[in-house]
Design a protein around this ligand. Structure first.
Ligand SMILES: [Zn+2]
Length: 449
């Protein structure tokens, strides 16, 4: 166990040393954030005539205030935009506008620079490092099915006509969803503000990719103010959830000292405890982190995400056995695959044979619900190996490499799995599929050369 943690710590250290590659962005994955984004955007997506389950709002780790659409039905929001938004209604205003670009089929101009998303980060330190050690850093493109457009590595900057049409479409969605346009106006005005222009480099900012003229704002104001929803207050429950995910994102991505300025210890609100828990955890003060999490759990003892964080801090500070009960409860409450992956990780990290059967079951459930998480496949491969199930360990490895777009390795592992699995079984057929797809991909790459 110690050995494992040390390896993870080294991976983490080397991650910090290798400066974030230029042009790279990390996808931040977090169960609570993803659930919130789905609920916050759902009414707008429906209003735009799309299926909420087909449109996903995802978060990129980037301090610039920006958002964009890419890969068909993905709205990407920078962590910097969430940190800059004052309330959920402002975020909804931004998402409504972006959905307008999707519905309008606005073409992405490839000349405008956008950084390719090259990594995936779970909102967890050691998990993230271990995922990268396991090859997750290269996984970004394959993950989440971003598809060809994103693979081009270029995003937007639309014409003024397209901006206006996205504005009006966004206003329609807000109206149909019964949401006020106040947040949208506030946010645009905030971006126009001189203070922001000075504080934030304009290179990739919202202000640059979405030119904010006073005229645009005036048109929007006229449309919004006559809408029946104009004076409708924000849903307090959704607003509370927004404050939480904003706090945890700030705590996760910011320098701990910055987090403690934004959320000083005098602030005893739930979001402040949340943000500080991440800050202390990042600074390797597990006791202080646990104290903040315990304050959260004292207020809401069965909140799955507070339980998840408690498990995470314990696991990542070398106490996997203690991490199991809170993680187990969080999984029971949510059935959330990202949390289940962490529970599986904790069970394996105990290095206790008695925990491996549960680890296998938990991880199998996790990949059944979310196949696009290479770290879960990695953990599943480990537990199969520990249990002496070499064929399925090979299959899990094949799944992981296939997700990461490493076709040669995927083919090799799938072949190994097929040699050992019973022909005709579900697992055998799956290995055969991976081998076939990988072989075709290798063939195609060879032809291109
Ligand atoms: Zn736009």
């Amino acid at each position: 166990m110690r050995r494992w943690l040390r390896a993870a710590a080294i991976a983490l250290a080397s991650l910090a040393l290798v400066a974030k590659p230029v042009m790279a962005q990390q996808i931040l994955r977090d169960a609570e954030t993803e659930a919130f984004m789905a609920d916050m955007s759902g009414p707008l997506v429906s209003a735009a005539g799309m299926e909420p389950r087909n449109v996903q709002v995802l978060v990129l780790n980037d301090p610039e205030i920006n958002a964009f659409v890419a890969g068909g039905q993905y709205v990407w929001v920078h962590s910097g935009l969430i940190a800059a938004a004052d309330n959920v209604n402002q975020l909804q205003g931004v998402v409504a506008h972006e959905l307008g670009h999707i519905e309008g089929g606005h073409i992405i101009r490839s000349s405008e620079g956008m950084k390719a998303a090259t990594g995936i980060t779970l909102l967890s330190l050691v998990l993230g490092a271990a995922a990268i050690a396991a090859g997750g850093a290269e996984a970004g493109m394959g993950i989440l099915g971003m598809g060809q457009q994103a693979a081009m590595g270029k995003f937007l900057a639309f014409s003024r006509a397209q901006e206006s049409s996205a504005d009006l479409a966004g206003a329609r969605y807000l109206s149909k969803a019964g949401l006020s346009g106040k947040g949208s106006l506030e946010f645009f005005k905030k971006l126009q503000n001189q203070e922001y222009r000075l504080a934030i480099p304009q290179e990739d900012s919202y202000g640059r990719t979405h030119p904010l003229s006073g005229e645009r704002i005036n048109v929007l104001r006229e449309v919004y103010t006559v809408d029946p929803a104009w004076d409708r207050p924000v849903d307090p429950k959704l607003e509370a959830r927004f404050e939480r995910i904003k706090a945890k994102l700030v705590g996760f991505v910011s320098e701990p000292t910055q987090t403690l300025i934004k959320y000083p210890e005098s602030d005893q609100s739930l979001p402040a405890h949340y943000a500080r828990a991440y800050a202390w955890h990042k600074s390797a003060y597990p006791d202080k982190a646990i104290a903040e999490v315990n304050a959260l759990l004292a207020a809401q003892p069965h909140d799955p995400y507070f339980l998840e964080l408690k498990g995470q801090v314990l696991l990542e500070s070398g106490r996997p056995a203690d991490a199991i009960p809170p993680l187990r409860e969080a999984v029971q409450l949510t059935q959330q695959p990202l949390i289940a992956t962490m529970l599986g990780h904790a069970l394996i990290a105990t290095e206790d044979d008695k925990n491996f059967a549960e680890a296998e079951q938990v991880l199998r459930n996790a990949v059944a619900r979310d196949r696009e998480n290479p770290f879960a496949w990695y953990q599943l491969g480990v537990v199969y190996e520990r249990r002496g199930d070499t064929p399925r360990a090979a299959l899990a490895t094949a799944e992981r490499y296939a997700l990461m777009g490493q076709d040669q390795m995927a083919l090799r592992s799938a072949d190994a799995a097929m040699q050992a699995l019973k022909p005709g079984t579900v697992d055998y057929l799956r290995a055969q599929d991976i081998a076939m797809v990988s072989r075709a991909a290798i063939e195609q790459k060879r032809k291109k050369k």
